[in-house]
Write a protein that binds this ligand. Structure first.
Ligand code: ATP
Ligand code: MG
Ligand code: MG
Length: 547
């Protein structure tokens, strides 16, 4: 991609390297394994891994798995697959749960410094103590517990002496702080739950604000990049590092990615899956990385998109059409051209008396090494029903009585006649071909304006085609009134059960990218079987999102 100016995080990194504050940088991508990654995560991945790549540093993949209830190894596996597919390699695969012992030690250290206490208040009582931003909070009666008592109670919490919610550990900071998150935040809670990695070893779990920064610090992360919602968490991030005297990782915030006509929250995406609005996390209409992979988007185009949108400091809404533009640009360069007729109308070429012949068609005019493929031509072919009109308006350069068109990579044909059934539907078009007009060897001297895609009837393979539209009807679903599911587009999937594909498509693999002439970019779907191939439309040929 072309030269662009530095984003604000690159400026910070360059300054830190120039001043010698860091000799090299270490970033991390810290997903919680509670869902599949989406485009917002792709943005974060490209940013974190991209920075390291650009400045010769490294990036850790750290699973932020401190919440036992919502997490699962299925998600861990999908996240690893997605990061690799995007083209990035992590230096270390790490788990916040591997730090549970160390984090526990940090909590004990705070208690010993008089900076944390066990509180028996209920969560309602604690919320009430915190007060409102305009008024100072009220100290818990347990705030003055002795260090010895706190150490003993915290050890008992760990040992499983108490039930969920009976006690918490709170940091002792400032009940009058203007930052509500510093009003003695809870740093450990009791949760008797099975963890997907640590099993039943723990019944107390650290809160996000006590786990994240310390995990960064344990790994010597230099630049910890997160989204803007975490700005108010930064003082707590720094407070922990300072009071524990551990490696000073620094948090920087950028604007999360929001895109038009979709939602970008694992919680909402999970609802779409669980309530059957889509078939799975990788349903090609979803904004997840696995869905985009299945739909035929390429990692190159997603990286290009992330680079194009840049790194902002203020929330914004990015046009989904921009991602499609990037996909289209890349696919135009790499996609193999093929012909598929979606709504077939039979054409008989009356004066074609050969059994058949094999024509040659270029795989990709954008790629001089793309080669050619064999395309069989016979007396009976299919064209699109919409490419014939009984009574054609002016400037209709397709087939109509008396009109001529070129069949792609084949001959010029002329419509002589057509056949209708009892209901008046056109069932067949009869043409004659011009033998001297063969593509690449045309001596006919005839100029025609229209070129049609077509498939030999005897060689056509029936395939299923899935066309996708935006998942929501509302541009800014995140900000729309009411439930986001009220805005689901009921027509986001259109299935063409039986289209006719040229025989070369019988060899399609999941890795191939195609342009079906005049129809868009397509790829094989994983639902395909030997008897029935299914193709997804990745994106249309032109932008149809224009408002
Ligand atoms: P969600 O709200 O969808 O559950 P999350 O932020 O809770 O997302 P995490 O797994 O905690 O998901 O996020 C991993 C990383 O990805 C974090 O650093 C987070 O800031 C980043 N991230 C998540 N969503 C976006 C987004 N929309 N744009 C940019 N970065 C994002
Ligand atoms: Mg999260
Ligand atoms: Mg979240």
């Amino acid at each position: 991609s072309e030269e662009r100016s530095l984003n604000f995080i690159e400026e910070i990194v360059e300054a830190d390297l120039a001043s010698g504050k860091h000799k090299s940088i270490l970033t991390r991508f810290p997903p919680e394994p509670n869902g599949y990654l989406h485009m917002g995560h792709a943005k974060s991945i490209c940013l974190n891994f991209g920075l390291a790549k650009k400045y010769g540093g490294q990036t850790n993949l750290r699973f932020d798995d401190t919440n036992p209830v919502t997490e699962d190894t299925e998600y861990v596996d999908s996240i690893k697959e997605d990061v690799q597919w995007l083209g990035f390699n992590w230096a270390n695969e790490l788990y916040a749960s591997d730090y549970f012992e160390q984090l526990y030690g940090f909590a004990v250290d705070l208690i010993k410094k008089g900076l944390a206490y066990v509180d028996d208040s209920t969560s309602e009582e604690i919320a009430a103590q915190k007060g409102t931003p305009t008024q100072p909070g009220v100290a818990s009666v347990y705030r003055s517990r002795s260090i010895e008592e706190n150490l003993e109670l915290f050890a008992d919490m760990r040992a499983g002496k108490y039930k969920d919610g009976e006690k918490v550990l709170r940091a002792k900071i400032d009940m009058a702080s203007t930052n509500m998150l510093l009003r003695d935040p809870i740093i450990y809670r009791i949760k008797h739950a099975h963890h997907h990695r640590t099993g039943d070893a723990w019944c107390i779990y650290p809160m996000y604000d006590f786990a994240h920064g310390q995990s960064d610090s344990i790994e010597n992360i230099t630049h910890s990049i997160c989204t803007l919602e975490f700005i108010p968490h930064r003082p707590m991030y720094d407070w922990c590092i300072e009071n524990l005297g551990i490696f000073p990782s620094k948090q920087y915030e950028f604007a999360r990615l929001n895109m038009t006509y979709t939602v970008m929250s694992k919680r909402k995406l999970l609802q779409l899956v669980n309530e059957g609005h889509v078939t799975a996390w990788d349903d090609p209409r979803m904004p997840t990385i696995s869905a985009m992979r299945r739909r035929g988007f390429t990692p190159e185009s997603i990286r290009e998109f992330c680079d194009k949108i840049g790194v902002a400091k203020r929330e914004n809404l990015i046009d989904f059409g921009l991602l499609e533009f990037c996909v289209r640009e890349h696919l135009n360069k790499i996609a193999q051209r093929r012909m598929v007729v979606f709504d077939p109308l039979k054409v008989t070429i009356s004066n074609y008396l050969n059994e058949s012949e094999t024509l040659s068609s270029e795989n990709n005019p954008e790629d001089e090494n793309g080669g050619n493929r064999a395309v069989p031509f016979t007396r009976e072919i299919y064209i699109e029903r919409e490419d014939f009109m009984e009574v054609a308006p002016k400037k209709y350069f397709r087939l109509a009585p008396g009109q001529m068109v070129r069949l792609k990579s084949a001959y010029i044909i002329k419509c002589d006649d057509f056949v209708k059934d009892a209901e008046g539907n056109i069932t067949e078009v009869r043409c004659s071909y011009i033998p001297e007009s063969k593509s690449g060897n045309d001596t006919s001297g005839i100029n025609v304006k229209g070129t049609l895609h077509w498939v030999s009837a005897a060689h056509a393979i029936p395939v299923e085609i899935r066309l996708y539209d935006r998942l929501f009807t509302e541009e800014n679903v995140g900000n729309a009134e009411g439930d986001f599911k009220d805005y689901i587009n009921p027509n986001s999937l259109q299935v063409i059960a039986k289209a006719y594909a040229e025989p070369a498509l019988a060899e399609a693999t999941l890795a191939d990218r195609f342009q079906f002439l005049r129809k868009g970019y397509f790829c094989l779907d994983k639902d395909s079987t030997a008897n029935k191939l299914v193709f997804n439309r990745t994106v249309t040929l032109k932008d149809t999102w224009a408002k």
